[in-house]
Design a protein around this ligand. Sequence first.
Ligand SMILES: [Fe+2]
Length: 201
Amino acid sequence: MTPTKADTTEASSTPPNLDAFFRDIARAYLDTPGSAGKPVVAPKEQLAVPHIWKNEEVQRLLKMSEHVALGERRMLRFINPGTPDWKYVTPTLSMSIQQILPNEFAVPHRHTASAIRFFLSGRSYTTVEEDKCEMQRGDLIVTPGWEWHDYGNESNEPGIWIDARVRHHRTALQRRRPSADDGDRRHLAPGWSHPLSLEEY
Ligand SMILES: [Fe+2]
């Protein structure tokens, strides 16, 4: 039997099954902001807070890192306690303290972030493009974004420095990750035979 106008109105006014409704809109990659008893614009759950990393504690942990296989680098990254998921010291700055032991080398790499190295103790070098920059206490070396660079220590004592990198908006927007085949594969240090790597932070 063909439904009357009154029947149609009655059918469309039947309260929908909410579980089915939410399931269907989720399948369609939609949502209904504010429908779960939460504000449409949720307050930020993570907010950077003031914090101090005491040198004594950082140096103690850095010393421990000499005996741990950390992979490519002996690097401790500062993470703001208010934004633990972000892994940054502030919302726009990535920062770490890095140590390289005598006769250690870091694989040449590049990243979109420009960076500074502020050298604290010992001796090491960083090669930026083809400039080998010897580093000692108090030196500041700038690495422009996307420039190949490496690190090495040809001295007989550990080299320690602070790294700081600007967090690019491009990184936050998750743009295409550059491929290892992009651009030249340069050998930075004379006689270098290790593979090159790419990083983003
Ligand atoms: Fe780097």
